[in-house]
Design a protein around this ligand. Structure first.
Ligand SMILES: Cc1cc2nc3c(=O)[nH]c(=O)nc-3n(C[C@H](O)[C@H](O)[C@H](O)COP(=O)(O)O)c2cc1C
Length: 294
């Protein structure tokens, strides 16, 4: 079953396995038909699973953009992107997760249509991006995404192989997923039909590749926790005025889990219902629960 709303041509697991952060592009404009399709999808992606509202827009790249990325402490060097997807999110409680979820959905669509992308975190509230999207006072730009055709086709293939081989750049499965309590890892066997959605959470992109997502299974409920990297959020938020990027990471994990579960025929919904599960440390906070449908 394909996600008809998002109109992906390939299986979602294939798209997620092939995705990588593309930082070098060929200077070629995006095919007009694909550009149109992408712009249409962006218009539809307005409300996140937690009820937050965003506006996503595809804008053409200009020389000023690189300066904005550099001055905001964005650590990657983006070369030759044809455009950027800019996310203006309403400043509400769930803005970060919803931005992560919706923007990742757009990224997977772009990947499906043969484009390369890279998440760029920051607050771009005062940059040229804010003018391009006509940012208003009640909104913020937590991240933008570069888009274009990847420069090195071989890298796509290498990356695909790397992913299939189990990606050595990700934390071990048994440090991320748990059975009832944080003290008991959840085996792939025990995860059953949910092994695929969890595997796709693990392949998700995250700010500085910190992989802060943790999931605890509790009967028919899957509780998502954020295990913050010590000093990371507060230091970056104060120094560089960055958005809370680890909460954006959580939204990305929710997107991968949700789309993969749905494609496998598993139904469910997101709710906030913190269970009484003991957390391993002060850095760990509850975010959201996926409740299986009947
Ligand atoms: C919220 C977020 C912000 C990110 N910000 C940047 C950035 O500013 N510069 C950059 O080069 N990469 C950025 N990345 C990409 C990560 O470094 C990348 O996802 C991670 O290293 C894993 O590599 P992969 O995406 O190739 O799997 C960001 C990723 C996320 C999810």
């Amino acid at each position: 079953m394909r996600d008809s709303m998002a109109g992906y041509n390939q299986a979602i697991t294939e798209i997620i396995e092939r995705r990588f952060s593309c930082r070098t592009y060929v200077p070629r404009p995006i095919d007009p038909k694909i550009r149109e399709e992408l712009s249409k999808i962006l218009k539809e992606l307005t409300t996140g699973p937690l009820g937050g509202t965003v506006r996503l827009e595809l804008v053409a790249a200009c020389p000023d953009d690189l300066a904005a990325l550099k001055s905001l402490g964005t650590y990657g060097f983006i070369k030759g992107a044809s455009g950027f997807i800019v996310c203006a999110a309403d400043r509400d409680e769930n803005a970060m997760e919803d931005c992560g979820y919706l923007l990742e959905k757009a990224i997977l669509f772009a990947m499906d249509r043969g484009l390369g992308t890279c998440w760029l975190g920051g607050t771009f509230n005062k940059s040229g991006f804010s003018r391009k999207i006509a940012l208003i006072e009640t909104e913020m730009i937590p991240a933008v995404v570069s888009v274009g055709y990847a420069a090195d086709r071989r890298r796509w293939f290498d990356s695909y192989i790397r992913r299939r081989a189990g990606s050595d750049s990700r934390l071990a499965w048994d440090t991320l997923f748990f059975d009832g309590t944080f003290r008991k890892p959840l085996s792939r066997d025990k995860a059953g039909a949910f092994a695929a959605p969890l595997a796709m959470v693990r392949l998700g992109p995250s700010a500085s590749n910190r992989q802060p997502w943790r999931v605890v299974r509790d009967g028919s409920r899957w509780h998502f926790y954020l295990q913050r990297t010590k000093g990371y959020g507060s230091r970056n938020m104060n120094l560089f005025k960055l958005a809370d990027l680890q909460r954006v990471d959580m939204g990305i994990a929710m997107c991968h889990f949700d789309l993969t579960a749905r494609e496998t025929g598993l139904t469910g919904e997101w709710l906030r219902a913190e269970p009484g599960i003991e957390k391993p440390d002060d850095l760990t906070e509850y975010i959201v629960t996926w409740q299986c449908g009947e």
